[in-house]
Design a binder for this molecule. Structure first.
Ligand SMILES: Cc1ncc(COP(=O)(O)O)c(C=O)c1O
Length: 462
């Protein structure tokens, strides 16, 4: 994370909070004789101190230089050193934070490392981190207007902003695309009485999981275009993936005569906001439902996904459940729902569509650059199937000189060596597909040249 962004967090949180804290401390001291400071004032002073300590430790960690060795033996020892049983007596917040600092912060995966070209998990952008403090600090619950009066209205606004890019007219937040897929397929079952879920064999496991939960048959096809043209899908929910998990392939976004067409755009959905690449998702505007994970390519903290509907009234009335304790029925799978809209809204206001697009375009460019570097070195091989060559922000590649194709152990050893040099990749595949390194452009701090130098150093060693 750049020092500028950390500076923003420090400024937003520390300066204003310090000012408020100092002011409050002065008021307390000026209005009280030293012997009569009220216990409630002291308590609030203590909570401010605790929050500021947490922010200070976090900013220090985010500013620290990457170490590449995320989880060393001393961390295991610290975790082992935690009490075996729930302690009978507490030690207080400050001491608890001090014990947890080296474990939670020191033991984190450095998603923001310039060499972290791996999973679909971005480092959360600093605006969302700052606003998350407000979200969790106020503990708003989208379940009921009494416990989230403004956040529920904000949800409506942000969903409307996002829905327009997909020609949808509404939707709601979920904890991620797994739950969003389940919600969408559930609505398909209720609205269209579908009997089957048809998806490609490369669809995410949450699609089959949803079919199983909902008691629907699951049919996996090899090739969406070829197979769906010959199938009768009039009783099916067709699930098309915009950005398959393993290679980032965007499947043909067509209806194929299905009763309901759903797009799982968990990864590539936000690409629709890019003027340069948004047309890659053409056809998505005809889908009955679309989902994506804001905690992937919208850089949000975990737990933020959306499901969007072409016709929200029709879809949501079938999956809405009222209860005596609720002012309005809950829609979808969730009950209590954190107001993850708050950090997302802060990000979208701070960046605008241009800022989101700029980061997505940069991600595609970084992935393309990696693909070029792989292709230009005979020791490496670039994936030749669908996706995986950078255009969707995902690169599949491997060493061809060490026999990692079908050997998980060799692939793992090569990957570990690269990690020691500072290049993080995830491992994907197995079976007929063989083993591949998978690099996903979720980290806006990636330095492709730095990453590649580490890969080359590791290649010289293994
Ligand atoms: C295509 C696809 N769908 C669904 C999911 C599940 O998303 P989440 O982790 O947000 O539940 C993923 C996760 O990687 C994915 O790649």
């Amino acid at each position: 994370m750049s020092s500028a962004t950390v500076g923003l967090l420090a400024f937003c949180l520390s300066c204003t909070s310090w000012a408020a804290l100092t002011l409050r401390r002065n008021i307390i001291l000026s209005t009280s004789s030293s012997s009569s400071i009220s216990s409630s004032s002291l308590a609030s002073l203590q909570s401010s101190n605790l929050l500021l300590a947490a922010v200070e430790k976090l900013t220090k960690e985010l500013e620290s230089n990457p170490s590449h060795h995320c989880f060393d033996a001393s961390l295991w020892a610290r975790i082992e050193g935690l009490p075996r049983k729930l302690p009978a007596h507490g030690i207080g917040g400050l001491k608890a934070l001090s014990i947890l600092e080296p474990i939670v912060l020191g033991g984190r995966a450095r998603l923001d490392d310039p060499g972290f070209f791996a999973h679909m998990d971005p480092p959360a952008n600093i605006e969302s981190v700052a606003a998350s403090l407000w979200q969790v600090g106020t503990n708003q619950n989208l379940l009921h207007p009494d416990v989230a009066p403004s956040a529920r209205l904000l949800q409506k606004i942000v969903i409307k902003w996002l829905a327009e890019f997909f020609s949808c007219d509404g939707g709601h937040f979920t904890s991620g695309s797994t739950v969003a897929n389940l919600t969408a397929i559930w609505a398909a079952r209720e609205v269209k009485k579908i009997k089957r879920v048809v998806a490609s064999k490369n669809s995410h496991n949450s699609v089959k999981k949803a079919a199983d939960i909902l008691g629907l048959d699951f049919v996996a096809v090899n090739d969406i275009s070829a197979d769906c043209s010959t199938l009768d899908l009039s009783d099916a929910c067709l699930v098309l993936t915009a950005g398959t998990t393993s290679s980032g392939e965007i499947e043909p976004l067509e209806r194929f005569g299905s009763a309901w067409v759903h797009c799982d755009a968990a990864w590539n959905g936000p690409m629709r906001l890019s003027r340069k690449h948004g047309m890659r998702l053409d056809g998505i505007e005809d889908c009955d439902s679309v989902v994506f994970s804001c905690h992937k390519w919208l850089f949000q903290p975990k737990g933020c996904g959306v499901v969007l509907w072409k016709n929200s009234e029709k879809a949501e009335e079938k999956i809405a459940y009222g209860a005596g304790y609720l002012a309005t029925p809950t829609v979808g799978v969730g009950g209590s729902q954190p107001a993850t809209v708050v950090p997302l809204l802060c990000t979208l206001l701070a960046w605008g569509q241009d800022g989101v697009a700029e980061r997505i375009d940069r991600g595609v460019e970084n992935a393309r650059n990696l693909a070029r570097l792989v292709s230009s070195d005979s020791r490496f091989e670039l994936w030749t199937g669908n996706g995986g060559r950078g255009e969707e922000g995902v690169v599949l590649w491997r060493r061809r000189d060490v026999g990692m194709e079908n050997d998980r152990d060799i692939a793992g050893r090569v990957r570990d060596r690269m990690k020691e040099e500072g290049a993080f990749v995830s491992l994907s595949g197995g079976g007929a597909k063989g083993w591949w390194f998978r690099s996903v452009a979720a980290n806006d701090h990636i330095d492709v040249d730095y990453f590649w130098e580490a890969v080359v150093r590791a290649a010289a060693a293994v």
